[in-house]
Design a protein around this ligand. Structure first.
Ligand SMILES: [Cu+2]
Length: 197
């Protein structure tokens, strides 16, 4: 273990949050605030500071000639909604909030998918079980505030298709994610969810 790796390990040990995934550590960085780890389903969490996290994926196409930006979101099923990106830094998987939002360039399509951009649901207010539906409000710089319906499942919902001005949103889905502290007897790690202890 080199010095850098050791430093990271110690930092995580101190925080008592974070998860180990083979060869990588998933970690949240929220700007200047204290780093906070959220499990995205790649491994077994050590300790969770929140009541569970989820991630929403979709494809956003901008058919217009003006760029737009996804800047925020809100939903009843989570206390905090953030726009995130996920990148490998060496052997460390880092999730970061896109504080400027996610740009959808004019005439282009941006995919929010596993291992990349996603809408992060932090502090779930209830478990997201397969085939659940919930409303998610998204705020765009140009298109304004829009509301979509999110289906909980393991792959893009082909039935979901929305048009807001120049934006076309398709393939919306959220992976199942249990709210922490609930014991439902499912020991295995759920995709994109936070397993309970
Ligand atoms: Cu995230």
């Amino acid at each position: 273990m080199n010095r850098r790796t050791l430093g990271k390990a110690l930092a995580l040990a101190t925080l008592s949050v974070g998860i180990k995934i083979p060869g990588a550590i998933a970690q949240h960085q929220h700007g200047d605030s204290t780093p906070e780890a959220h499990d995205h389903g790649e491994g077994t969490p050590m300790v969770g500071m929140t009541s569970g996290t989820g991630a929403v994926f979709m494809t956003i196409e901008n058919t217009g000639d003006t760029p737009d930006t996804l800047i925020a979101g809100s939903t009843d099923v989570a206390k905090i909604v953030e726009i995130h990106t996920m990148e490998m830094e060496g052997d460390v998987m880092v999730m970061m909030e896109l504080e400027e939002g996610l740009e959808i360039p004019a005439g282009e399509t941006v995919e929010l998918k596993s291992g990349g951009y996603h809408v992060m649901l932090i502090d779930l207010t209830r478990s997201l079980d397969k085939d659940d539906e919930f409303a998610l409000k998204l705020e765009f710089k140009e298109a304004g505030e829009v509301e979509i319906n999110v289906h909980v499942g393991t792959e893009p919902d082909d039935d979901s298709s929305y048009e807001f001005d120049d934006l076309v949103i398709t393939g919306v889905f959220s992976r199942p994610a249990p709210m922490l502290g609930r014991h439902d007897g499912t020991p295995e790690v759920m995709p994109e969810g936070t397993p309970d202890h």
